[in-house]
Design a binder for this molecule. Structure first.
Ligand code: FES
Length: 147
């Protein structure tokens, strides 16, 4: 699936020299939710974008196959920080299967859209979540095998 095309349909533009972000994204940037390192996470995803240099660490806690907590550490742009914060709220309460179905377009939509040039910031969040779930699933597999 070409996520870029999906995300572009939900994008906003740059006005003058200022990126146009939604109120929601700016609020999450200024007042990030669930920021910081998680103690004893069940899954951690660390991803980076080699082009812009932004990095994200997303950690999740899972109970009975449901994500009960999510925290993030992001070094990056306004959009990357806002996306990370919104994403932690999006995934809390979802089952692992529901979280796996989220796309960059869903994330972009949830933050109120992103400028075309910032579409990859939603992809960074998506990749962080994907890695965190993969980490959780691989640890669960090892536990269930009694290794
Ligand atoms: S500019 Fe790269 S994630 Fe935002």
């Amino acid at each position: 699936m070409d996520f870029k095309i999906l995300v572009f349909n939900l994008t906003k533009r740059k006005r003058g020299n200022v990126w146009e972000y939604s109120k929601k994204l700016l609020d999450h940037f200024k007042n990030p939710r669930n920021y910081g390192k998680m103690k004893n996470p069940d899954g951690v995803g660390r991803v980076g974008n080699i082009v812009c240099g932004d990095v994200l660490e997303l950690a999740i806690k899972v109970q009975n196959n449901r994500i009960t907590d999510a925290r993030f550490l992001t070094f990056g742009c306004v959009a990357a920080l806002g996306v990370s914060s919104v994403l932690t709220e999006m995934v809390k309460g979802k089952t692992v299967e529901q979280a796996k179905k989220l796309t960059p377009a869903d994330i972009s939509k949830e933050v109120g859209g992103l400028p075309n040039e910032k579409a990859h910031c939603a992809v960074l969040g998506f990749q962080g979540l994907k890695k965190a779930i993969e980490d959780y699933e691989s640890k669960s597999k090892i536990k269930s095998q009694g290794v």
